[in-house]
Design a protein around this ligand. Structure first.
Ligand code: PLP
Length: 411
């Protein structure tokens, strides 16, 4: 028999989307894992409900019901193109960030086989297909920012490079990459190479249209900016060599076959509009929360370091996403820490989530040169558009207490 989840009282800052019922909810009190996924925005919910209730239709058909669904997809395409700074017909809808990244890497390699490069701290959605096509990684600096000199050297060493992939912002430590500088380096050293950026984590916080203006392929995922899970997009600028990876009905200008997820696409467009509208205010508000959280924990936990910032030349929080706090805490193991935090109602993470839910050694921290004994105590706390001071207060109480308990320090 299924056991219903325990009901816990909701409080402001909980993850209940505005507009939902009030009363007890089976959600964590303090959600600090917005980089894994964030709460659905009410605008997205509303846009989706239209297509989950009365309206339906296969956008590939010819009759009025199908044409209405196609209109909804095309309207969403206009919106997504507008926010991401591309033409509507340069937007390819996918099932999320992973598929968009795979299409970019494998699709370019299929169209133009040749050496492929990516940064050493990419998400697995880029690293795995890059490894599959025999590509290699470019080191990052101890701050997490790409080593531009090493990129230039790698391009010189790998003549005929066809693809360079550097993420706009990292999912573990939140470091933001100098994408315009990457584009300039690639255009100079390998003018024929295609440039891809995984903007999945950047999209909730940064102006992707400006940041990735010179990039050929840009991947985003709706559930990171308040849209539904299982839908995303790849911007494919005109003239980019790309072969489809999902073959079939020829949807999305033959680049991604499969019946459109109309509700999801409508929800993504609504969420992206809302995220872009609120971006500046949310980023300013959340970075103040982030600073209070990071500074408070650094002061409360002796020996804690802010990864890639504390004691690192050039390490600067201004090069981090507004919502990310990544710390390495001394003499604790992440898994035990997360267990105690969960018992205290705090949802956090160590590295990025993998399918098994297990914690794995972080390739990101290794690439930054964080020694393994420090990486063992990694803690990622990520704030989002629904985060409040109450979330920060809860973490400022729970984290130092959990660390002290694990270190055997008497209360
Ligand atoms: N790229 C980055 C940087 C991510 O953080 C994620 C998800 O965590 C993905 C790609 C994969 O996106 P999706 O969950 O939509 O498949």
């Amino acid at each position: 028999m299924a056991v219903p989840p325990a009901a816990v009282p909701c409080r402001p800052g909980g993850i209940r989307p505005p507009g939902c019922d009030t009363g007890p909810v089976a959600v964590p009190l303090t959600y600090l894992d917005h980089a894994a996924t964030t709460a659905l925005r009410p605008e997205a919910r509303e846009a989706m409900l239209e297509w989950l209730g009365g309206r339906f239709g296969n956008p590939s058909g010819a009759h009025p019901v199908a044409r209405a669904a196609r209109r909804a997809v095309d309207e969403a395409r206009d919106v997504v193109g507008g926010v991401l700074g591309c033409r509507p017909n340069e937007v390819v809808f996918t099932s999320g960030g992973t598929e968009a990244d795979n299409l970019a890497v494998r699709g370019v390699h299929a169209a133009r086989p040749g050496p492929v490069l990516c940064s050493a701290i990419e998400h697995e959605a880029v690293l795995a297909p890059v490894a599959q096509v025999g590509g290699s990684t470019v080191p990052v600096e101890p701050t997490g920012r790409i080593d531009l000199a090493a990129l230039t050297d790698a391009l010189a060493a790998a003549a005929g490079t066809t693809l360079v992939s550097v993420m706009a912002a990292n999912n573990e430590i939140g470091v933001v990459q100098p994408i315009p500088d990457v584009v300039e380096a690639v255009r100079h050293a390998a003018p024929d190479a295609t440039v891809h950026t995984d903007a999945v984590q950047a999209a909730p916080w940064l102006d992707v249209a400006a940041l990735a203006a010179g990039v050929d392929l840009v991947a985003v995922s709706a559930h990171k900016f308040g849209g539904p899970q299982g839908v995303g997009a790849l911007v494919v600028r005109r003239g980019t060599p790309l072969h489809a990876q999902a073959l079939g009905g020829g949807q999305e200008r033959e680049l991604r076959s499969g019946t459109h997820n109309v509700a999801g696409i409508a929800g993504m467009a609504a969420a992206l509009t809302a995220a872009a509208r609120d971006r500046a205010a949310t980023a300013a508000r959340v970075s103040r929360l982030r600073d209070r959280l990071a500074d408070g924990l650094l002061a409360a936990v002796p020996g804690a370091i802010e990864t890639g910032v504390s004691g690192v030349a050039g390490g600067d929080r201004r090069h981090r996403l507004p919502g990310t706090v990544h710390l390495c805490l001394p003499d604790v193991e992440s898994e035990a820490l997360l267990f105690l935090l969960e018992a205290d109602g705090v949802c956090a993470s160590a590295a990025s989530a993998c399918a098994s839910g297990a914690q794995q050694a972080s390739h990101v921290l290794a690439a930054l040169g964080v020694p393994p004994e420090r990486a063992t105590g990694a803690l990622r706390l990520t704030l989002g558009w629904t985060s409040t001071d109450a979330d920060v207060d809860a973490a400022l109480t729970a984290v130092p207490a959990a660390v002290a308990r694990l270190q055997g320090v008497p209360a």
